[in-house]
Design a protein around this ligand. Sequence first.
Ligand code: UGA
Length: 423
Amino acid sequence: MAEIAVIGAGYVGLTLAVGAANMGHDVTVGEADADRVADLRKGRCPLFEAGVGDLLREGLASGHLTFTTSNTDAVTAAEFVFLSLPTPSAADGSADLSTLMTVVDELAPHLGKRVLVLKSTVPVGTNRDVTERLRATGCPAPVISNPEFLREGTALADFMSPDHVVVGGDDPEIVAQIADLFNLDCPVTATDPMSAELVKYATNAYLATRVMMANSFADLCEVLGADIVAVTTGLGRDHRIGPHFLQPGPGFGGSCFPKDARALLDLGASHGLDFPILAAAVEVNAARQERMADQVMAAVDSVDNPVVALWGLAFKAGTDDTRESPALRIGEMLAERGVTVQAYDPEATAADPIEICESAVAATDGADVLVVATEWPEFTEVDMVEVATAMRGDLVVDLRNLLDTEQIRAAGLHLRGVGKPSS
Ligand code: UGA
């Protein structure tokens, strides 16, 4: 078992820390936010993430997991130092590495030969830049790129049982050490740092583009009178394509796809390379949310003081995260155009001008249109007869094709899905 430091207790860092402690490693987490550290020390999990809270409390109780606000204290006993720091979009779309580089500078005098592992999603070439930065201070620490592929909502399961692991570094022995650290039973791509960094961006860019392909097929279905469910089922049964990430909806959001797509476009542009397929996916995604808001506006065109019930604010089900959420964006666009938006989400929340309601049914009170924007399974359990009674209008716009067509029809409501004939 190893001594591990994890710097940054966000989704990636905290999941890694509790998972590694559960495996028996000794893990010290450095986190700058003192309130977050105080909560974590008390076993309070700041993430809505299945299993992470339980392993947090288990790690604290076993003594394998400790938290500190001092990054330099965190690395004192460590053999391996994982950096899982935010790399948000800068104004020009590039990845903002200022937090990461500040921590690298802070740690440089304390690292010695400890292995520095970059977990954050960073532009291709960052490993090289970090290495040069360390060498300039005389620090000999090897730098390894080990991108994380976990999804919000299933973060712990994805960390514990990944499809694969990617480790990039210049020293094959150290690459092998990192690949073996968590004894994960999966294929390992051992490669150079640049390739490891690019695998991460390529994966998110590919998946984001694929989601937009599915959405474009849904648009085609609507104008042609075909059914997207049959189309994606057939597509997904071709083993060269597979069934995942073909679900049409309000577009992609979250803290990763939009940011990473922008960063990859910026990276290409900085080397004089256009990436028109990815640029189109980003453009079509933004336009999609606008168009969906337009469609709802058209439905309430003739209504005075229109009211829309919005089911869902999170960017997808299973998380309370609303970063770049299509659901939230559509709600905001409707509110900006004078609609009263009454929202309900089991975990996520929003600020004015969106009104937050206590239940899914409460959100439909007096509503002209119900918009289903996040695919929370509990929405399928709501009594649609109660919804029909509460609503002023009768239109349900199901942007996730979540609800049961028959139930909606039986309740006397009118359903408009995505890529399907209306009923
Ligand atoms: C994504 C990747 O899936 C992870 O592998 C990666 O580690 C992570 O980004 C990251 O870079 O940290 P996440 O952002 O949690 O994970 O969310 P996804 O489940 O990938 O969904 C992204 C967006 O695509 C959501 O808005 C979702 O609603 C949308 N989506 C996804 C669809 O509209 N249709 C689909 O079929 C799948």
